[in-house]
Write a protein that binds this ligand. Structure first.
Ligand SMILES: [Zn+2]
Length: 156
């Protein structure tokens, strides 16, 4: 495997130029301690992944995307709080395995947290539908009595 020192990515031995920056000057055979670009994540995910990697003793480094500056206010792809994660090449395979396991088996406690608001939302929805129906019935009754009152007034 080759390593591009400019964009910190790995490429096949057969490539002559880096697929990221289209340069050949930064390419060299990869070493175990080289920091490889792993993924770009949001601030909250970054904290979770950092804790996860720390637990598994995977050497990683977080860095604000583009030095913490957004290229454009309207570019939702890059928030100033986003982080680039770099993982040492010797730990890259384990990092991939940890992420794959995490994707397959989400923490059970988040399920319970999500279940409660959903049930609560359903109750609120049901209550508001019933309240709306009562309101409509009251309005119909009120309109009816006003109509009757007018009729009585005109008849007499
Ligand atoms: Zn490159």
């Amino acid at each position: 495997m080759l390593y591009c020192t400019k964009c910190q990515t790995i490429c096949e031995d057969s490539t002559r130029t880096c697929p990221g920056c289209k340069r050949s000057r930064g390419l060299r055979p990869i070493k175990g301690e080289d920091e490889v670009f792993f993924m770009k994540v949001h601030e909250i995910e970054a904290a979770e992944i950092e804790a996860l990697f720390d637990e598994k003793a995977i050497r990683c480094r977080m860095e604000p995307v583009k030095g913490g500056f957004a290229t454009s206010v309207y570019d939702p792809e890059f928030l100033p709080t986003d982080k680039n994660i770099f993982v040492e090449y010797q730990d890259l395979e384990r990092a991939n395995a940890v992420m794959a396991a995490e994707a397959e088996d989400p923490e059970p406690e988040t399920d319970g947290e999500e279940d409660m608001p959903r049930r609560k939302r359903m109750v609120i929805q049901t209550v508001s539908i019933i309240a709306f129906m009562i309101l409509v019935m009251l309005m119909v009754l009120a309109a009816d009595s006003v109509a009757n009152w007018l009729k009585d007034l005109l008849m007499s």
